[in-house]
Design a protein. Sequence first.
Length: 129
Amino acid sequence: MQSVIVTAAIIKHNDKILIAQRKENVNQALKWEFPGGKLEPGESPEQCLIREIREELGLNIEVMKIFDVISHSYEDRHIILLCYLCRFTGGSAQTLDCRDFRWVEPSKLHSYDFAEADWPIVSSLQKGK
């Protein structure tokens, strides 16, 4: 089974958190997630997040600190999900490489159909961690 290192941004702005919906033609199609992506060779997790958020949503962020590390196995691969707290610093959100996005209050995150690996993050955020 292939292992992949993936980053995820918990972007807070005006007491809400940004979530993105995956496209129709990818793994975990149409599931919601904390935006981010695969770590490229020679790239730090922080550089990866800044690049991915710009590519997917057209936003600028500042990566603050690690929030959690999740190890999760799907049928076809194992992922290590590095989740970072981030601060929105500019730009206007667009669906550049995602199907949709929403700014959501932490207490409402459970209403979205998240990818399995993201559920522990949803749980932690709802507990106020």
